[in-house]
Design a protein around this ligand. Structure first.
Ligand code: AMP
Ligand code: MG
Length: 700
């Protein structure tokens, strides 16, 4: 028998239409075709599912591919039921019997009535139970214990071996499968008839058809499904089942399919759980590296900082969608589009000072006396009339220039009474006025996409007519501290324990950068706990871990990321820092920071900041670099960049923290920034210019 080319695993549903948006408890189908896994398909109701299955079978048959299609509901009832209902000990007779009676639509079906009718065929109170309708049905009890004397077995033989299966007789309640059988078998009966000899149904028939239908049970891989952490469990179930079955060795699958059962059916893979789960275990050496984006080319060893940064910059791109937020909530957000002025600033020509306005044309050199018109022009109080040439008007700062006025003379330069104003000419045409749009013209691009909004930008946006702006969704960043020795700040700690200093620091930094923090707490040095935390972290856009990231085998996070997360240890020529672990966990970038808080901060500022900024849509960010004279002498070795803690002293020169020991957390607070000493050897004498990176330039 050949292997199957296409594996389709279907999670069925006995309920009504679940709507257009993918939801749990609908029908889900996982497909692996020729070894290539497809995104699970959401099928909102049985009509849609049946059409989809028929189309798929037709296509695969036409293409000459063999299909194994699994469905997660029993294909048969306990021994004897088929004969009692149809007169024949043939499961297909029961399929056809049901197919002739079940009426099914997206919003309603008659399964309760059909079950009630079947119960009426049995003595006593029939085997089906779990009437989930509001109406009482004569033969269908609500509770299982209300039945007696019907003579049917409660479970099929296979169910007595599979721990946790439900009985086919239960129609309603959490986990019940009875409705799925009643609503599933008619669909299978039609598919079987439609494709005739191309379809065989295992284990009633040999698995020899071009399309083989089989009963499956996702609980055989329940741990893997749990670890997947998908919020739609059905989707994870079909994805993983299809992957597991497609990944089985041929002999193993043949052994599973060797079972035959005349009437009750069987669960494919029962007793072969280890093989199924082994097929899901991560490969130690993933062969495909195409999404292994952090992998360094072979032979690359200690990478200089600028090269490491250039690589990160190449690899990463924005990952966040957009939304519109009101202006008052937009501070710190990243503009998703170039933003143009909706209105000019200022919108009208207006007075820049308090004084008197008039037409310049009627004035000349020497003393000028102009009669005043009645009334005045003030901000928000427009003068509606026209000021005749040769007349003047009292005008206040911000007032729109009335018709007939193009020039303003400052109040302090005038004498006036109620009727006239006097001043000395000549006055410059247009003096003390602001032109419409002289600041920003309507339609001007003021702020580019990718700009992170600061308070002053909100003033500009408001002035130019914006009440809301399109921004990138906040980047979600998960933070995990690792280490058995860590205690939560403020808790009691014994001599062997230390407080988790990194999490308060990192979460505060990330919030300051405008990201949304998902705090995943402290995790022990235990692969299971860290895996679970990383699975939660995979819902974020990026993960920062600290601790356990060196290459030593005892470092769990390193090992876990290497085995399951496409880890690359970037050995960056950097002090303090050691290797930076860069990995992908379910496609989400993971930055494995050193545990040491000094090194963790330096790596965060130098590497994580620009990388996260790029992911967030704000583009790559360089630190602010200031050239400042050194207040120290230092001889620096060739071969790595150094970022010692530094600050600018009262004499305007850069001083260094007294110790370079990376355990000295106090130096982080002493400092006002970092010194940047490049890769090459350097002899620094007092007074030489050095590069200082102030904390403020990192947004701290
Ligand atoms: P590791 O990278 O796990 O080998 O940790 C290096 C050093 O940093 C060890 O002394 C750890 O105890 C310390 N360390 C790790 N994580 C933290 C943390 N979250 N807060 C303070 N110190 C830490
Ligand atoms: Mg550790």
């Amino acid at each position: 028998m050949s292997r199957f080319d296409t594996i389709v695993m279907v999670d069925w549903s006995g309920g009504n239409d679940r709507g257009a948006v993918p939801k749990p408890d609908a029908i889900w189908a996982g497909v692996v075709r020729n070894g290539v896994e497809e995104e699970p398909v959401y099928l909102r109701n049985r009509q849609v599912a049946e059409a989809w299955l028929a189309g798929l079978f037709r296509e695969e048959i036409a293409a000459g591919r063999r299909v194994l299609a699994g469905f997660d509901f029993p294909f048969g009832y306990p021994q004897g039921v088929a004969r009692a209902v149809t007169g024949k000990a043939d499961p297909f007779a029961l399929w056809d019997w049901l197919e002739a009676r079940i009426e099914d639509g997206p919003q309603r079906n008659n399964r309760w009535q059909v079950a009630d009718g079947i119960n009426a065929l049995f003595p006593g109170v029939g085997p089906f139970w779990g009437n989930g309708t509001r109406r009482d049905l004569e033969h269908l009890p609500r509770k299982g214990r209300d039945r007696r004397g019907h003579g049917c077995a409660e479970f099929r033989q296979v169910e007595t071996l599979a721990k946790g299966t439900f009985t086919v007789w239960q129609l309603a309640g959490a986990g019940a499968v009875g409705s799925q059988v009643l609503m599933g078998l008619p669909v299978l009966a039609r598919l079987r008839r439609r494709f005739d000899t191309a379809v065989t149904v295992w284990p009633f028939e040999a698995a020899s058809g071009q399309v083989v239908l089989a009963e499956i049970w996702p609980s055989l891989i329940r741990d893997a499904v749990k670890a997947e952490g998908d919020d739609i469990r059905d989707r994870a179930q079909v994805r993983l089942l299809a992957r597991a079955i497609a990944g089985l060795p041929e002999a193993e699958l043949n052994a599973m399919l060797a079972i035959r059962s005349e009437e009750e059916g069987w669960i494919l893979g029962l007793g072969h759980e280890d093989a199924l789960n082994a097929a899901l275990a991560p490969t130690l050496h993933p062969p495909a590296l195409k999404d292994d984006c952090f992998a360094l080319p072979p032979g690359v060893d200690w990478t200089p900082v600028p090269e490491a940064l250039a690589r990160l910059r190449d690899i990463l791109h924005p990952v966040v969608g957009t939304e519109t937020v009101p202006l008052h909530a937009a501070s710190g957000r990243v503009l998703a589009e170039d933003t143009r002025a909706l209105r000019a600033n200022p919108p009208n020509p207006n007075a820049a000072v308090d004084g008197y306005g008039f037409a310049h044309a009627a004035t000349g050199d020497g003393p000028q006396v102009l009669p005043l018109v009645r009334g005045r022009a003030a901000a928000g109080l427009r003068y509606d009339g026209t000021v005749p040439t040769g007349h003047a008007i009292r005008i206040l700062t911000g007032a729109a220039l009335p018709e007939g006025v193009d020039t303003v003379v400052l109040e302090e330069d005038c004498r006036g009474d109620a009727r006239h104003v006097a001043f000395n000419g000549p006055v410059k045409p247009g003096a003390n006025t602001r032109k419409a749009g002289e600041d920003v013209a309507e339609g001007d691009v003021m702020l580019p996409a990718g700009h992170r909004l600061r308070a002053p930008d909100l003033a500009l946006l408001a002035a130019t007519g914006h009440g809301a702006v399109p921004v990138h969704r906040r980047l979600k960043v998960a933070v995990i501290s690792t280490g058995d020795e860590l205690r939560e700040a403020g808790d009691s700690a014994n001599a062997g324990q230390i407080y988790d200093a990194n999490r308060p620091m990192l979460t505060a930094i990330l919030r300051g950068w405008g990201h949304q923090v998902i705090d995943l707490g402290r995790q022990p040095d235990d692969a299971g706990a860290i895996r679970e935390a990383l699975n939660k972290g995979a819902k974020a856009d990026a993960v920062l871990t600290s601790g356990g990231a060196s290459a030593g085998d005892e470092d769990h996070i390193s090992r876990l990321l290497r085995e399951e997360g496409r880890l690359s240890n970037w050995r960056i020529a950097l002090k303090p820092g050691r290797p930076l672990a860069l990995a992908q966990w379910r496609g989400v970038p993971v930055f494995g920071l050193p545990g040491n808080p000094v090194a963790a901060l330096v790596c965060t500022l130098i590497f994580a900041r620009p990388a996260l900024s790029l992911l967030s849509g704000a583009g790559w960010q360089e630190p602010l670099r200031m050239q400042v004279p050194a207040g120290f002498a230092k001889s620096k070795k060739h071969g790595r960049a150094e970022y010692p803690r530094a600050r600018i002293g009262a004499d305007g020169r850069v001083e260094l923290f007294k110790s370079e020991g990376s355990g000295r957390i106090s130096g982080l607070s002493w400092a006002g920034g970092l010194l940047e000493l490049p890769y090459e050897a350097q002899e620094i004498a007092p007074g030489d210019p050095v590069t200082f990176l102030p904390y403020a330039g990192f947004g701290l």
